[in-house]
Design a protein around this ligand. Structure first.
Ligand SMILES: NC(=O)C1=CN([C@@H]2O[C@H](COP(=O)(O)OP(=O)(O)OC[C@H]3O[C@@H](n4cnc5c(N)ncnc54)[C@H](O)[C@@H]3O)[C@@H](O)[C@H]2O)C=CC1
Ligand SMILES: O=C(O)[C@H]1O[C@H](OP(=O)(O)OP(=O)(O)OC[C@H]2O[C@@H](n3ccc(=O)[nH]c3=O)[C@H](O)[C@@H]2O)[C@H](O)[C@@H](O)[C@@H]1O
Length: 445
């Protein structure tokens, strides 16, 4: 099948490459010339494990190409996939301007029957709007489908080639048949449904996962007060098949380009229909608060932070990506600066992207983990890169001015800390080298 993918962000690039890998001829289009030039030089604009070799192999096999010429590629394709961004507007609603522009351009390039698939995360009703917009520009027959994307950054290639399920929302039997055939080699779990339900499945899935994270973070906060260990609690909960063990890692809250924006968008979607989505609003509030626990713990140890130097390990919103969109590191570092602290930060791949957004005022960007920890008054771990987990706490202690470690991602085990003088505050594990060996007395019943 000949496929055009519009947008070469994570979703467009990874799904385009994976469809090429399945034997289709794929043209990836982006309006950013610099990105397309980079891809045509064989460079990959994002850090995503496994992507580079897959792109090279499929380009060499003649199945994958990159262009800025949307019209020519749509004309040459039977299937057109929209994978442009849908960022948040200031009020939390999804900004659909890229979607609208892409739909208009597709409409102008129509030269025969095509299926127009939207992979971008869009509010309920948007695919129907896309159909109307294309219709304004063409008399050609076409069908639309919502096929939301569920990949995670850092594991995007394997998520796309081995998805838990593929959701196909369409009102056309012809489009359904074609899309079932296209995805049938990826999974047996093909869910063919109506367009609006498909659009909602995506938001509901992200909102549910965000809810799991805020839930376990609140449990972690209570664990710190009652002397329980949230990792053991999550382990014990996870064996219940109705709960499941994933997305129960307590930490500094979720970040990234999707959970923060999609939770806000769903609150707005509900609000527009006069529905107050109270639960999701709390999930968002809990998430925002969770980031500040790092600051509270630092202040608990150091008192006034003015004039202190704080080491930061990790700027990306999660490991194995250089994406810093909505990374908790932004707010945490900004709070440190507000309190007069200096920051020395290290991330294995995301520092350049962070610097572009945040600037360099009050931050020294370091080229090693050791440099970021060197002579710091305290060290905070904000991303659980494997590289940090492999460092010996005893060695890290020797780099620090004071042996204070605030671990926002629970990367160390108790045994790794024994024999060190590190005062270690993690998330929801109060007993670990924190000096809080005895939990506070429980309220009597
Ligand atoms: N990043 C992720 O992990 C996931 C993202 N999504 C959703 O997928 C969508 C895309 O997200 P990302 O891949 O992160 O996007 P992104 O924002 O990183 O990239 C979008 C790309 O589309 C290009 N573009 C915009 N309008 C265009 C047009 N008219 N013609 C050609 N190119 C155009 C932009 O130049 C940009 O390179 C969003 O709706 C997002 O919510 C869904 C699942 C996972
Ligand atoms: O719509 C999207 O864009 C994507 O959003 C998430 O994927 P992603 O943001 O790449 O990364 P996740 O692994 O979900 O992590 C998101 C955030 O939650 C945090 N998290 C995750 C899991 C957990 O147990 N605890 C926790 O704090 C991570 O540190 C990270 O900041 C979803 O997992 C994907 O299914 C979805 O396609």
């Amino acid at each position: 099948m000949r496929i055009t993918v519009i947008g070469t962000g994570y979703v467009g690039l990874v799904s385009g490459v994976c469809f090429a890998e399945l034997g289709n001829r794929v043209i990836c289009v982006d309006k950013m010339e610099a990105k397309i030039d980079q891809l045509n030089r064989g460079e990959v604009p994002i850090y995503e494990p496994g992507l580079q070799p897959l792109i090279s192999a499929n380009r060499e096999a003649g199945r994958l190409s990159f262009t800025t010429d949307l019209r020519a590629s749509v004309e040459a394709s039977e299937l057109v996939i929209i994978a442009v961004g849908t960022p948040s507007l200031p009020n939390g609603q999804a900004n659909l301007s890229y979607i609208e522009q892409a739909a208009a351009e597709i409409g102008q390039a129509m030269n025969g029957y095509k299926i127009i698939v939207t992979k971008s995360t869009v509010p309920v009703g948007t695919n129907e709007r896309i159909r109307d917009m294309i219709r304004q520009h063409t008399e050609e027959v076409f069908d639309i489908a919502s096929v939301p994307e569920f990949l995670r950054e850092g594991t995007a290639v394997s998520d796309t080639l081995n998805p838990d399920r593929v959701v196909i929302g369409t009102d056309s039997a012809r489009a359904a048949e074609c899309l079932v055939e296209l995805h049938s080699r990826l999974t047996d779990h093909l869910i063919v449904t109506d367009i609006r339900s498909a659009e909602m499945i995506k938001y509901a899935s992200n909102a549910f996962l965000a809810t799991k994270i805020s839930f376990i973070n609140e449990i972690a906060n209570i664990c710190e007060k009652v002397g329980a260990d949230v990792t053991k609690v999550a382990y014990g909960m996870g064996f219940d098949k109705r709960i499941g063990s994933s997305f129960l890692k307590a930490g500094i809250g979720y970040g990234g380009s999707c959970f923060p924006k999609d939770t806000q968008a769903l609150i707005q979607i509900a609000g527009q229909m006069d529905y107050d989505f109270k639960l999701l609003k709390s999930v968002v509030d809990v998430n925002r608060e969770q980031r500040y626990n790092v600051i509270r713990k630092l202040e608990g140890l150091l008192g006034n932070l003015a004039g202190t130097t704080i080491g930061i390990w990790g700027l990306a919103f999660k490991p194995e990506t250089d994406d810093v969109r909505d990374a908790p590191a932004f707010e945490i570092i900004a709070e440190l600066h507000k309190r007069g602290a200096q920051v020395q930060a290290y991330d294995p791949v995301a520092a350049d992207n962070f610097r572009k957004e945040y600037g360099s005022d009050g931050i020294v960007y370091c080229s090693t983990a050791r440099e970021a920890a060197w002579q710091a008054d305290a060290l905070c771990i904000l991303t659980e890169w494997k590289e940090f987990q492999e460092l010996e706490p005893l060695e890290v202690e020797g780099w620090l001015k004071s042996p204070y470690l605030i671990d926002g991602r629970n990367i160390y085990e108790e045994e790794q800390l024994s024999g060190t003088n590190i005062v270690y505050y993690s998330v929801g594990r109060p007993g670990m080298n924190s000096g809080l060996k005895e939990p506070a007395p429980l309220l009597s019943l």
